[in-house]
Design a protein around this ligand. Structure first.
Ligand SMILES: [Mg+2]
Length: 256
């Protein structure tokens, strides 16, 4: 069995300065891959801030997209931090309330925040609101050809199921999608990763988790006994985590 990454042998990969690209041990012996959804496979298109600003405009409130973007980043991050300080327990009503809090905070000026929330909740539950990154389809094909099991595993709610089902690139990994609101715990809680491994029918040490968040996707996975690999799409070059910059570099074993 050979290991390839982005078309070159793993032995050709080197560390870049203090950054740690993945090594063979990151993926040696894996039999399954767990992929995060948002930021890893899919991206909101048009961007979140534009969609929120348009919802405000429909109620006669004109907000700069840059202002909305800054507010969204702050309130989303604060909400995530609050969650991380708590038990990381979740369910469908909890996710619904969480997004109502975020929308209400970001669009504080709109006269009918409930209407804005309903519109945005519906929008982001539709596949047309999302696009797949261009490296997704080839990576899924390589994973499949390598004979590896694969699951999408996301901090999301049941809407993710219809989003995934409607995106052609993801059609072959539609089910079962592992969703935090259905598991009962959000990443990085170990119960989430246990559920993902059970979904794959594999022990944690045979599973590689790949995602764009260092804490929830990589450190959380490693703490739960999986391997973890950061997808560093934006060149942040983490100093202490194995990473790839594209799904084209995924360490997929090739059976020869
Ligand atoms: Mg993500």
């Amino acid at each position: 069995m050979l290991w390839t990454a982005g078309g070159c042998a793993l032995s050709e990969l080197v560390s870049e300065g203090a950054s740690v690209m993945f090594t063979k041990s990151t993926a040696d012996g894996i039999q399954g891959i767990v992929l995060d959804a948002v930021g890893t496979l899919i991206d909101p298109s048009p961007p979140v801030a534009e969609v929120y600003a348009a919802a405000a405009r429909r109620q006669g409130v004109h907000l700069e997209v840059a202002v909305v973007k800054s507010r969204f980043q702050r309130h989303f991050r604060d909400d995530e931090l609050d969650e991380a300080r708590g038990p990381l327990a979740t369910d469908e009503p909890g996710e619904y309330r969480r997004w109502r809090r975020i929308v209400t905070s970001v669009l504080g000026e709109v006269p009918d925040p409930r209407r804005a929330f309903d519109e945005l909740w519906d929008h982001f539950g539709r596949p047309e609101a999302w696009s797949c990154f261009p490296d997704v389809a080839p990576a899924l094909r390589a994973i499949r050809e390598a004979g590896l099991a694969v699951r999408i595993a996301s901090n999301f709610d049941a809407r993710l199921r219809s989003v995934v089902a409607g995106l052609r690139e993801l059609s072959e990994v539609v089910e079962p999608v592992i969703i935090s609101s259905e598991v009962g715990f959000r990443k990085p809680h170990p119960a989430f990763f246990r559920a993902a491994c059970e979904g794959l029918g594999l022990p944690p040490d045979r599973v590689l988790c790949v995602g764009d968040d260092p804490d929830t996707d990589v450190r959380g996975a490693v703490d739960a006994g999986l391997r973890g690999l950061l997808l560093d799409r934006h060149g942040r070059r983490p100093e202490d985590l194995p990473f790839v910059t594209s799904l084209a570099e995924l360490p997929v074993p090739r059976r020869d």
